[in-house]
Ligand binder design. Structure first.
Ligand code: 8X3
Length: 259
C-alpha cells in the first residue's frame, strides 16, 4: 500500500486560494497538519489572517496574503514572493444564481467565468514555473461534479466548472514529462457556510432548501481530506480526477431526501 509522502524540503509550500472559508479553509488546516507551510489567499484579509494565526497556534506554519484571483497584476506580484512552490490548490470560485438559460443574468455568468476559470488560469500560469522549480509540484483544481454533467438551472455555473475541468485536462497533456502533477477534485453536494448562500444572494431559505432532507451532505473537511490525500501520494502517482459525493447523492439530479 502506498503511504503518504511527507513533503520534501523543496516542495514544502502549499498555496491555497479561497482560503477564507469552506473547502479552502479546511484544506489549509489539513495541509498544514500534513507538514506543508501553507499560504492562505483570499480577498477577505481579516479572515485569512485569523485562520493563519489559528494554524500557527496549533504548531504549524501559515501565512496570509490577501489576493483577488481575478486581478492578474496582483497575482503576478504575489508569485514573485516565491522561489519554489510545492502545491497550488485552486479553490477560489463559486456559483451565482440558479436561473434557467432563458433568464440567467449574463453578468453572473461572466463573474463565474472570471472567478472559477480565469482565477484558476491566473494562479496556475503565475506559479507554474515555481511549481516546476520545486522538482515535484502539484496543481490541484477544485472543480465540481457540475464540471462533468449539467442540471436544470445550473448552466452558468456548469459552464464555468466545465471550463475548469478542461483547463485541468489540457494542462496535464501539455506539461507531461515535467515534474508537475495536475489533480482535479470534483465534489458533489457539500454543505458549507457560504456556497449556497452566495449562490442565492444571501437568501437563507433558498440556501437551506438545497440541503433539505439530505441526511449527510459532504462537509468542507471531507473534501479537504480528499485533496490532502491526493497531494500526499508519492510523486509519481497522479490522481487525475477524483469525484466525491455524499452517499445520498447518486448524480447531480438524483438526491435522496428524507421527510
Ligand atoms: C457544487 C455542486 O450540485 O451545487 O459544486 O453544482 S452543485
Amino acid at each position: 500500500m502506498a503511504t503518504a509522502a511527507a513533503p520534501s524540503a523543496a516542495s514544502r509550500i502549499a498555496v491555497v486560494t479561497g482560503a477564507s472559508s469552506g473547502i479552502g479553509a479546511a484544506t489549509a488546516r489539513q495541509l498544514a497538519a500534513a507538514g506543508y507551510r501553507v499560504v492562505l489567499t483570499a480577498r477577505r484579509k481579516d479572515r485569512i489572517e485569523a485562520l493563519a494565526e489559528e494554524i500557527r497556534a496549533a504548531g504549524h506554519k501559515a501565512t496570509a496574503y490577501p489576493l483577488d484571483v481575478t486581478d492578474r497584476d496582483a497575482v503576478d506580484e504575489f508569485a514573485t514572493a516565491f522561489k519554489t512552490v510545492g502545491v497550488l490548490v485552486n479553490n477560489a470560485g463559486g456559483a451565482l444564481g440558479a436561473d434557467p438559460v432563458a433568464t440567467g443574468d449574463p453578468d453572473d455568468w461572466r463573474r463565474m467565468y472570471e472567478t472559477n476559470v480565469i482565477g484558476t488560469l491566473n494562479l496556475t500560469q503565475a506559479l507554474l514555473p515555481k511549481l516546476e522549480a520545486s522538482g515535484d509540484g502539484t496543481v490541484v483544481v477544485v472543480s465540481s461534479t457540475a464540471g462533468l454533467s449539467t442540471y436544470e438551472g445550473g448552466a452558468g455555473y456548469v459552464a464555468a466548472k466545465h471550463g475548469e475541468h478542461v483547463l485541468a485536462e489540457t494542462l496535464r497533456l501539455e506539461i507531461v514529462g515535467r515534474p508537475v502533477r495536475v489533480v482535479e477534485i470534483a465534489p458533489g453536494m457539500v454543505k458549507t457556510d457560504e456556497f449556497a448562500l452566495t449562490r442565492f444572494g444571501g437568501d437563507r431559505d433558498k440556501a437551506d432548501k438545497v440541503y433539505r432532507g439530505v441526511a449527510d451532505p459532504l462537509t468542507a473537511d471531507d473534501v479537504a481530506d480528499t485533496i490532502t490525500w491526493a497531494v500526499t501520494r508519492p510523486a509519481h502517482v497522479n490522481i487525475d480526477l477524483l469525484v466525491v459525493r455524499p452517499r445520498a447523492q447518486a448524480s447531480n439530479t438524483k438526491v435522496h431526501r428524507e421527510g
